[in-house]
Design a protein around this ligand. Structure first.
Ligand code: IMP
Length: 207
């Protein structure tokens, strides 16, 4: 069976990937499950750069020689803040600073900014390196606006301040299933699945 080695230690991401790829004949492993430990420096300037850096780093390991290696990079772009925090989303105000503080800081920086200028998006770039050397890169977004206070208990990170106008709720107030359907990561995964299938890198399960 074909293998995908995903450059993450995040159990939630792996679950989501396995669910979306469940009709394909493929086994999805984390780096740890594949016995790979790479010290990856994410110093790219764009989400695409960082996703490729990670997927290529895993590819270097001989244990990944016959596998598809995959990685994603995501973050929040706030238009009124010149697309900050962008690729620094996890590191914004320090990696260990709580999201309560990060979220309040973004709200404060948007003080006086009217609704129509509070536009923002979550971005996800996803990269795959195939055993034959081909590389696939996709990028998808989820569009919304920065709210005026934190709302909702679901999701993580910046979800409580990310207001989805068509839902009238934040992405921390919709269910995980709804979020997977419309999220930057869910859509990027679907697009990547289609690309891998079209490239002949993965086949559907038989029967
Ligand atoms: P990573 O690509 O998983 O490292 O995510 C980078 C950072 O972007 C996260 O630590 C969060 O700060 C932010 N982020 C990415 N996706 C989401 C999301 O769906 N909700 C909230 N925050 C997110």
């Amino acid at each position: 069976m074909k293998r995908i080695i995903f450059a993450t230690g995040n159990a939630g991401k792996l679950r989501e990937i396995r669910a979306i790829l469940s009709d394909l004949n493929v086994e999805v492993l984390s780096m740890k499950e594949a016995g790979i430990s790479a010290d990856i420096v994410e110093d790219g300037k764009t989400f695409e750069d960082n996703a490729l850096i990670k997927a290529r780093a895993v590819r270097q390991d001989e244990k990944a020689a016959d596998a598809i290696t995959m990685a994603d990079d995501s973050g929040l772009e706030v238009d009124a803040l010149d697309k900050e925090p962008g690729v620094y989303s996890a590191r914004y105000m320090g990696e260990d600073t709580s999201y309560r503080i990060k979220n309040q800081n973004i709200i404060d920086r948007l003080s006086g900014v009217p609704d129509e200028k509070r536009t923002a998006r979550f971005v996800c770039a996803m990269a795959a390196c195939l055993p034959d050397g081909r590389e696939i890169l996709v990028k998808r977004t989820m569009e919304g606006r920065i709210g005026y206070e934190e709302r909702g208990e679901n999701g993580f990170g910046y979800d409580p301040i990310f207001f989805l106008p068509e839902y009238g709720r934040t992405s921390a107030e919709i269910s995980p299933e709804e979020k997977n359907r419309i999220s930057h990561r869910g859509k990027a995964l679907q697009a990547m699945k289609e690309e891998l299938y079209q490239a002949g890198a993965l086949a559907k399960k038989e029967g």
